[in-house]
Design a protein around this ligand. Structure first.
Ligand code: F6R
Length: 615
């Protein structure tokens, strides 16, 4: 979604803003712009389309002088993606410039209010109302004007603001949309202050960042940053050290971030699991989860969106099978308006790679309002959701840049599996023998993933070469294979734009089987051994109607499924409960190669954003 960068320092601002925006491209956008204070004027350049258009207009930023400015990549919500609707937006008279992430819900009322007072608007955006309103209240006191204006904004916003009259000052203010600031007091980056919607934009310059809370205001100059609360009182903020380095956000020789991230999975799973296995026990004390934690609730609601939701589907099976805790997984955007029946004996588990997803964040707030305890299973440290959860279990996947989630998906699975095993161990739902078998399986998982990546890639690529021209694919599975199939289909849709739908194996014959005709592709993860015989019957049913079958199964089960499979990819033998980690790898690769063969933009698929900060 939209991205914000701001810079105020010793160097020419525009090239730094452009580099920062490049780092935010992965979030998804359709236009970009920047504004720099130059000789008492706000010089603004905007371009629809990719960032290279903006770079061409500004000679990579070198054509614009000035050391203080703001930049933005826009993912259109209000107003189509044109140069005019791109940010930054200026007030009438060009005194104030604003970049904005989020949605100002009352912008129509604000616009009418200002137009009635003679203000002329140029764009169709909600953001312009913020720029005009700040100017309307401006009487020489910029901080006061921003405070008055934001007190009237409804909705969500992260704002970066500059003013012609304060050539070396940036203002940052936010509500329900992330914003980070940082200062480099000398060193290789010189004296400079930065603001950004996402750490990756400025990771090159510093790893010490401050997250703004709702209502906070930061005033940035090259000398430092001052913080104020919503009442205008100066406050101190803590600095968070980001343990990712800038290289982790580079492609490292891979053709796409997605491919790199698929191949990082063995390491990521090792990082998520290893420090949490202590002899023959699962130890989640780093997340504040001590054994008595599991006495404090009777049921779990998993709340998440997209891929994180599909990880939650597997989590539900694990929490019920391994720990016997009644668990429901609910799409966060539905939960928040469903008037749910939960209370203080409920644990709400929020799953999120970014920790910033607006619907998941609001679902968390709703669960807390109703008295539930909350646990985040999250990738990005210090993100908004982690700051409001009672406890957070970090999945340690490192920066995930490709829009289509891969390593964060399997790392979320690992977080859920650990939670289920820890709960099962405490509640006596699993025997010590079973627990030690599970722990053994977890410990060998990174090696099995490594092996799968070596052995499956060619087969996945070959299968993709046979089917990349198809316009529609069905995925089927049962139990944990069903959970895996949901995510595998989601991946194919996101990046290849092939229509893909998932059904529980037993459900096809209740309607969808009417769509099966000769040549229809059915993808079947069939690795959850307790139910593969049942799934095999469902495969037989579609095979009898001419479907072609791509089957992913464990090595020792391959013989059994060979006769019904047109293509088969095998994964290492494993405990059935572990299978979703391993079936994920070839099916991610299948989606990747199908998209590659179709010539699609794999890391930045159309219409999608990496961090969905709007409802
Ligand atoms: C996955 C994807 C989305 C995200 C969803 C939730 O490939 O693009 O479905 O999974 O937007 O995002 P997070 O996990 O950041 O809350």
């Amino acid at each position: 979604m939209c991205g914000i960068v701001g810079y105020c320092g010793d160097e020419q601002a525009a090239p730094i803003l452009l580099r920062g925006l490049e780092r935010l491209e992965y979030r998804g956008y359709d236009s970009a712009g920047l504004c720099v204070e130059t000789d008492g004027k706000l010089v603004t350049i905007k371009a629809s389309g990719k960032l290279k258009n903006l770079a061409a207009l500004t000679n990579d930023g070198k054509a614009i002088n000035g050391v203080c400015g703001i930049g933005h990549t826009r993912w259109a919500t209000h107003g189509i993606p044109t140069d005019t609707n791109a940010h930054p937006h200026l007030s009438d008279g060009e005194r104030i410039a604003v970049v904005h992430n989020g949605i100002i819900e009352n912008f129509r009322e604000l616009r009418a209010f200002l137009e009635n007072r003679g203000v002329t608007f140029r764009s169709d955006t909600d953001t312009e109302a913020a720029a005009q309103l700040i100017d309307y209240y401006y009487d020489g006191n910029l901080i006061g004007a921003v405070q008055k204006a934001v007190s009237q904004l409804e909705g969500s916003y992260a704002l970066g603001i500059i003013c012609r009259d304060f050539p070396d000052t940036l203002i940052a203010v936010k509500k329900s949309s992330p914003l980070i600031v940082a200062h480099t007091g000398g060193g290789s980056a010189g004296y400079a202050s930065f603001l950004a919607s996402d750490v990756t934009a400025i990771l090159k310059y510093t790893r010490d960042m401050t997250y703004l809370e709702d209502g906070d205001m930061a005033v940035l100059t090259r000398r430092g940053i001052k913080f104020y609360d919503a009442y205008g009182q100066q406050i101190e903020k803590t600095v968070t050290r980001i343990d990712w380095d800038a290289d982790a956000a580079q492609k490292g020789g891979y053709a796409h971030f997605m491919l790199k991230e698929i191949y990082e999975q063995p390491r990521v799973i090792r990082d998520t699991i290893s420090s949490r296995i202590n002899g023959m026990t699962v130890d989640l004390s780093d997340a504040g989860i001590t054994p008595d934690y599991f006495d404090s609730f009777d049921e779990i609601k998993i709340l998440a969106c997209g891929t994180a939701y599909y990880a939650g589907v597997a989590g539900k099976y694990w929490l019920e099978q391994l720990a016997r805790i009644p668990t429901e997984v609910i799409v966060a955007s539905e939960f928040r308006y469903a008037d749910p029946i939960i209370g203080k004996r409920t644990l709400a588990v929020i799953l999120s790679q970014s920790g910033e997803t607006a619907d998941s964040h609001e679902a968390l707030r709703e669960a807390k309002r109703l008295g539930a305890k909350s646990l985040g299973i999250i990738n990005v440290r210090g993100s908004a959701i982690t700051r409001e959860c009672d406890n957070t279990l970090y999945i340690n996947a490192g920066p995930e840049i490709a829009v289509a989630s891969t390593k964060a998906y399997t790392a979320l699975l690992a977080g859920l599996y650990l939670l289920a095993a820890a709960a099962g161990q405490k509640r006596g739902a699993i025997s010590p023998e079973r627990l030690s078998a599970i722990i053994g399986e977890l410990e060998s998982l990174p090696d099995k993933l490594e092996y799968s990546l070596k052995t499956c890639a060619e087969a996945a690529q070959y299968a993709a070469s046979q089917y990349f021209n198809h316009s529609s694919v069905f995925y089927i599975g049962r139990n944990l294979d069903y959970a895996a199939a949901l995510e595998a289909a989601h991946k194919l849709k996101e990046i290849s734009y092939i229509h893909a739908e998932t059904y529980a194996g037993g459900e096809l014959k209740h309607g969808t089987i009417s769509l099966i005709e000769p040549g229809t592709l059915i993808v079947a993860p069939a690795a959850y051994e307790p139910l593969t015989a049942k799934l095999r019957s469902n495969i037989d049913e579609v095979k009898a109607r001419g479907a072609e079958i791509l089957c992913v199964t464990q090595e020792h089960m391959a013989e059994n499924l060979k006769s019904v499979s047109d293509y088969m990819i095998t994964i290492p033998d494993c405990d059935a409960t572990i299978s979703p980690f391993l079936t994920a790898v070839p099916l991610q690769l299948f989606a990747y190669y199908a998209a590659l063969m179709r010539g699609e933009n794999i890391d930045q698929p159309r219409n999608l954003a990496k961090v969905v900060t709007v409802e």
